[in-house]
Design a protein around this ligand. Structure first.
Ligand code: SF4
Length: 163
């Protein structure tokens, strides 16, 4: 929901802090996830992630979440799916050239990033093009695998070779 999405950007600092704690908890749960089997838990975890992040960020489940680097403004809501900043078509009022009633997600991203310690620096990191093979998969589990050094594609049901 658009109004909730804007609320999330206004509360980017608190949401980012909450996510840091949540992520640390998830990483600690890696042994449990491995015991249960990443393939088995992928679908239910992705469902919860979709519901929560769909409500807060209008998440499109790209599978490679960058919210912490975009001030809690999901770049996949850009009609052009730009992941590294705005196009040249931002209107004078800061709205999108494709959807005139919507604030440019990158204008929002900058505002949100200013509220997160180190957020503006983080925003300058170049993001890889989105890997469509990750679409619909859980970013949360992907991060746990990366941070805990777990076997990657083998464990999560992610496409082979996708980290
Ligand atoms: S960056 Fe991807 S995973 Fe993160 S909120 Fe946007 S669509 Fe969802």
């Amino acid at each position: 929901m658009y109004s909730v999405r804007l609320w999330s950007v206004r509360h980017a600092r608190g949401l980012n802090a909450f996510y840091r704690g949540f992520e640390a908890t998830l990483v600690r749960l890696n042994p449990l996830f491995r015991a249960l089997g990443y393939e088995r838990i992928e679908r239910p975890v992705a469902s919860v992630e979709k519901a929560v992040k769909g409500l807060l960020f209008d998440c499109r489940m790209c599978g490679q979440c960058v919210l912490s680097s975009t001030g809690m403004s999901c770049p996949m809501n850009c009609p052009k799916s730009l992941r590294n900043g705005p196009c040249g078509g931002v209107r004078d009022d800061g709205n999108c050239e494709v959807k005139p009633d919507m604030r440019c997600v990158w204008v929002e991203a900058y505002r949100g990033s200013e509220r997160i310690p180190g957020g503006v620096e983080s925003m300058s990191k170049v993001q890889f093009a989105v890997d469509q093979r990750c679409q619909g998969h859980s970013s949360w589990l992907r991060v746990v695998r990366e941070k805990s050094g777990s076997p990657k594609a083998a464990a999560t049901g992610s496409p082979k070779g996708v980290p």
